[in-house]
Design a protein around this ligand. Structure first.
Ligand SMILES: [Zn+2]
Length: 162
């Protein structure tokens, strides 16, 4: 009898092992369905994050190491926020979690599952919304997927290819 192991059981520990040297995908497979669109004004239209293809109940891994800052409902949708320790924070929605604020998380660690509804992602929309806030407001979270997901601030170094 063939035994089929869930792909995630093999993939997540690997992602965690690579966490310090490579970006960690929050969902697998990693597929961008809606990019970041910076609003022209604080209240203007835009997309304050990225949407990744994801199904209801799909496990969500933290892009970065950090500390759970918020886990609960915001405007009718379940939101999980991870504070990176350098002033930036990452929000995941709609995501249900059993983790409480203050709980440290590693890059690649599972922080919850995609909820069936809430916001413009989840269930029928088939996506996970990820936002990244720095001191100035919302910025493109794709930066976290292109660079190592480590705790210290990443500064571009002159002379090195980016
Ligand atoms: Zn979105």
């Amino acid at each position: 009898m063939a035994i089929s192991l869930p792909v995630l059981a093999l993939t997540w520990p690997l992602a965690a092992a690579l966490a310090l040297s490579a970006p960690v995908p929050p969902v697998i497979p990693l597929r961008l369905v809606a990019p970041f669109e910076s609003p022209r004004t604080d209240w203007g239209a835009g997309h304050r994050g990225i949407d990744l293809a994801a199904d209801t109940d799909q496990p969500v891994a933290s892009l970065t190491q950090g500390v759970i800052g918020f886990a609960g409902m915001i405007a009718g949708k379940p939101v999980v926020t991870v504070h990176m320790g350098d002033g930036r924070r990452v929000t995941y929605e709609p995501v249900l979690t059993g983790l409480a604020p203050g709980r440290p998380v590693r890059a690649g660690e599972l922080i919850g599952v995609v909820a069936s509804r809430g916001g413009h992602c989840g269930g029928e929309a088939g996506c996970l919304h990820i936002g990244l806030l720095d001191g100035s407001g919302y910025v493109d979270p794709l930066a976290l997927l292109r660079r190592p997901a480590v705790l210290r601030p990443l500064q571009p170094r002159p002379g090195l290819p980016r």
